[in-house]
Design a binder for this molecule. Structure first.
Ligand SMILES: NC(=O)c1ccc[n+]([C@@H]2O[C@H](COP(=O)([O-])OP(=O)(O)OC[C@H]3O[C@@H](n4cnc5c(N)ncnc54)[C@H](O)[C@@H]3O)[C@@H](O)[C@H]2O)c1
Length: 238
């Protein structure tokens, strides 16, 4: 498969390695240094684009792929205020879009466990929920997209919770997300349910970016001949 990489930073480079190992070709690499090459003509030499760029550029990059008629996998976080617009544009233009806040299989298993646990805890009193995400010091957005997804899943399952807040909870209706930036940590997410007598804790710790890159390449393979909006739940049925 011919792949265009939009964003050639830490993830873009890891995805390139994984794609080549799986016998795909990289036909275009776009980064801040060569934006002049980001044309529809160049994009159309690929069968699918994978965007791991920046919170400020992903939205525009996705729309450019739609305009060029190229399916796009996006892992960039920090732009989701525009997600509904992207979804609508994808449907109106009969295009293909795959988004995941976390492409690793293990983190998606954590999402499933978190939903299950939150449903249980919704009917139990005496426990307070908290969450923490730990990432490398270069990460531009906080909290992480994964931490937001986890918090939103708790909010959907537990009536007494209705929003998340970064670092501190201003009242009991809040799911707090503590964001820690530390060394070169690839990504750790922890959800705790704490009571006066005990604590339940579930977590996922990425050991490297390999699992994330593999998930993104598998997503590109998955959407190649499809139309519509997809996420990890469509690709891996847990
Ligand atoms: N969904 C996931 O599983 C997952 C996993 C890891 C990282 N991420 C997210 O992916 C994004 C990239 O992560 P990273 O660690 O590779 O970051 P990075 O900073 O190493 O790389 C981002 C690259 O995008 C480039 N860029 C800037 N403007 C651009 C533009 N207009 N078009 C294309 N590229 C442009 C930058 O120059 C940089 O090289 C971040 O938002 C991060 O949070 C998501």
């Amino acid at each position: 498969m011919k792949i265009a990489l939009l964003g050639y930073g830490k993830m873009g480079k890891e995805i390139e390695k994984t794609a080549l190992e799986r016998d795909h070709q990289i036909t275009l690499v776009i980064d801040a240094f060569n934006l002049q090459d980001f044309t529809s003509e160049n994009l159309r030499k690929a069968e699918v684009a994978i965007d791991f760029s920046t919170p400020g550029s992903a939205f525009e990059n996705i729309l450019r792929c739609f305009d060029a008629g190229i399916p796009v996998v996006c892992g960039t976080t920090g732009w989701l205020d525009k997600f509904t617009e992207v979804k609508e544009r994808c449907e109106q233009q009969d295009q293909t879009f795959f988004y995941a806040s976390n492409f690793s299989l293990g983190a998606n298993i954590l999402f499933a466990l978190n939903k299950y646990l939150a449903r249980m805890m919704g009917s139990v009193t005496g426990y307070e929920v908290g969450s923490q995400e730990i990432h490398h010091i270069h990460k531009l957005d906080a909290p992480s997209g994964t931490a937001i997804s986890l918090a939103n899943d708790v909010i959907s399952a537990v009536d007494r919770k209705n929003k998340w807040e970064l670092n501190q909870a201003s009242d009991d209706s809040v799911v707090p997300i503590q964001a820690v930036r530390q060394d070169e940590v690839p990504g750790t997410h922890i959800i705790t349910w704490d009571s006066a007598v005990d604590q339940i804790k579930i977590s996922h710790e990425a050991k490297s970016r390999k699992g994330l890159a593999l998930g993104a390449v598998l997503a590109a393979e998955y959407i190649r001949d499809k139309k519509g909006v997809f996420t990890m739940g469509d690709m891996i049925r847990l």
